[in-house]
Every structure is written in structure tokens, then in C-alpha cells.
Design a protein around this ligand. Sequence first.
Ligand SMILES: Nc1ncnc2c1ncn2[C@@H]1O[C@H](COP(=O)(O)OP(=O)(O)OP(=O)(O)O)[C@@H](O)[C@H]1O
Ligand SMILES: [Mg+2]
Length: 217
Amino acid sequence: MIEIRHLTKIYDDKIVLQNINLDINNGDFVVIMGPSGSGKSTFLSIISGLSRPTEGSVCYDDINISKLPESDVGKFRNSKIGFVFQKFNLMENLTVYENILPPVIIAEKKITKKDIFELLKRFEIDNLSDVKVKRLSGGEQQRVALARALVNDPELLIADEPTANLDYRLKNEVIDTFKKIHYQGKTIIVATHDRVFTEIEGARIINMINGKIAEMV
Ligand SMILES: Nc1ncnc2c1ncn2[C@@H]1O[C@H](COP(=O)(O)OP(=O)(O)OP(=O)(O)O)[C@@H](O)[C@H]1O
Ligand SMILES: [Mg+2]
């Protein structure tokens, strides 16, 4: 359960998020839509502990991650959250496989090479495992970012525009994967411009406009 209370983010004198209150339950599939610049990415980075709010709190059960020391936030994130960045944040000079390995090492989970290759295969990038990321297309990089986020089998997946660079077929593959993960009981939070996500059964649709949210009911 994530409890978001009075969340406000101000950059210089610009209010980007305004007093957001939201409860996300375990197993929810939350889809955040809204115009460019409305604050979606800022919101995702704060709820995952990648940046801090100006005011307000984000609590996971009884842990307030907005107040945790930096090193503890890192540990918390690595053990619980898979995050897909809008701009991927991959290590360009390393191979696909080398990009996917670090979360496995940090989390000290029992994940085999075979597990990693199955994941790569699911996103049709297994043949690229030895290729440096800088040689990949945008859509290929997107799928590497997704594989990296999922490799630890996180209980919470947070994805920022996860289908933005994909063609129709690969987009469906990603959506199917998200549905499967959701079906397994995982919690998913997605920011997207892609209306296909709003058609997913059971999804909670949240509109963000000018840093404020409204849930569609
Ligand atoms: N580090 C920063 N410093 C100053 N302003 C920022 C910073 N990051 C984001 N902003 C501003 O916050 C606002 C919201 O940005 P954000 O990236 O959260 O929007 P978004 O809804 O994700 O947009 P998009 O759909 O284009 O991805 C924008 O006006 C942006 O310029
Ligand atoms: Mg964004």
C-alpha cells in the first residue's frame, strides 16, 4: 500500500505538483495520463524515491521514503521497485546483458543466466545480448530498459512512457507482459500518452493536469 499525502513539488518558483493525495493498493494497475508537462514524470520520480518532494509524504506501509536517508532509499528501491525511465537511463557503452545484470547483483537475488535470457527473449532482444546499447534503435533500447526493470521480479513496476518508441506488435507484447505481471498480483504504475492502457481491465485511470490529479470513475 502506498499512501501519498499533500505531495507538492516546486522547482525554483514553478509549482509542478500541487497537493496530491492518493492511495495505491497492492495489486492496483494505475494509469496516469495527461498533457506533456503536466507533472507525470516528476510524480513517478518522487513516488519511487528518485527525487524528493518539496512538501508532503510518500509512505510504503509504514516507511516514509521521502524522509529516508539517501542510502536507504537506494536499498529500498532496488529491493522493491522496477523503474522504466522515459529516457531509458541505460549505460550506452555496455552491452544489453551488462545493462541488465547490475540490479541482479545489487539485490542479491537468485536469478540465473537462463532466467535473464528468457526475459530477453520475451522482448525479442536475446539476439542483441552482446551488442552495445549505443548501437541499438530507440525501440530496442526501450525493451532493454523494460527487461532491466523486470529482471528482479519486483513487486512494484513503475514505468514512464514504456511504449512510446515501439511499433504496434511490440507495444502489444509489452502490454501483454504488464497484464501478466498484474495478474500475478504485482502493482503497476504507468505514465503514458497511449490510450490502449486505459482499456486494460481493472485499470485505475488518473488524469494529471497542471500538477493536480483527478481519478476517472
Ligand atoms: N529538474 C527540473 N527543474 C526544473 N523544472 C523541471 C525539472 N523537471 C521537470 N521540470 C518541469 O516540471 C514540469 C513537469 O515536467 P514532467 O517531466 O513531470 O512532465 P510530464 O507530464 O512527464 O511531461 P511529458 O508527457 O512530456 O513526459 C515541466 O514544466 C518541466 O519543465
Ligand atoms: Mg514525462
